[in-house]
Design a protein around this ligand. Structure first.
Ligand SMILES: C[S@@+](CC[C@H](N)C(=O)[O-])C[C@H]1O[C@@H](n2cnc3c(N)ncnc32)[C@H](O)[C@@H]1O
Length: 215
């Protein structure tokens, strides 16, 4: 694994210089009028978004694999729940305990053999009728390149929403795309989880009665 504090060490000052109330994720949640409840930000970094969510009435928790980030967040925002942890193993949290899970701009760094585990864990802790918020780069097609900061590591870019929306239990309800540089885009994507409406019942003969075989 790479140095878990690398992002913190590179970005602490930049994050501190930003106004935390100006935030595309909070904007998206306001636009959708996401109901207040229990929220977990996975990859919470210095905890500034978790604090903004608490100020808006959420019971807010953050988890990050960086011990330095979590110790900073705990000291700065002591009312919130912060934990050191890996996205692939959110064992601190019970099934379905959060109404909102924010996946905060790190999936492109996850080892490919861990990716399904991360997706499964975010799904496990999210309640039925909850919302999943993704912050990600958005290339036109999947591609990878060497990590700009750490030798031997790779960054994988793709639209990660599809890692959830293959399931009828997840429906995309919001996508705001921003241009970063000439060829780069990022996106805030919100998915709604609803297993109750995902598989409509069509009676005894099931979906087969709607299938017409041609040729
Ligand atoms: C781009 S930063 C976002 C930080 C913060 N949410 C923000 O918006 O300023 C991504 C964060 O994810 C954390 N991270 C990366 N991979 C992780 C993983 N596998 N599990 C948990 N946290 C991870 C990093 O330590 C970093 O703090």
């Amino acid at each position: 694994m790479t140095n878990p504090d690398a992002w913190f060490e590179r970005n602490k000052e930049m994050v501190e210089s930003r106004d935390p109330s100006v935030d595309k994720v909070l904007d998206a949640m306001d636009t959708l009028r996401v109901g207040i409840g229990r929220v977990l930000e996975v990859g919470c970094g210095l905890g500034q978004r978790v604090e903004q969510l608490r100020l808006r009435g959420w019971a807010a928790s953050g988890v990050d694999r960086s011990p330095k980030s979590i110790s900073y967040a705990r000291e700065r925002y002591p009312v919130n729940q912060f934990a050191i942890g890996e996205a692939a193993s959110l064992s601190l949290y019970n099934d379905g305990i959060f109404d909102c899970v924010i996946v905060s701009h790190f999936l492109y760094t996850v080892e490919r053999n861990q990716l399904f585990q991360v997706v499964a864990e975010c799904d496990r802790v999210l309640a039925e009728e909850g919302v999943l918020v993704l912050i990600q780069f958005l290339p036109q097609f999947p591609l990878c390149r060497p990590d700009q900061h750490e030798d031997g590591q790779t960054w994988w870019f793709q639209d990660y929403a599809t890692a959830w929306t293959w399931s009828p239990g997840y429906c995309e309800v919001f996508r705001r795309v921003s241009k970063l540089e000439e060829y780069e885009r990022s996106a805030i994507i919100v998915l709604k989880k609803s297993l109750a409406t995902a598989y409509p019942s069509v009676g005894f003969h099931g979906a087969a009665q709607f299938v017409e075989v041609v040729g």
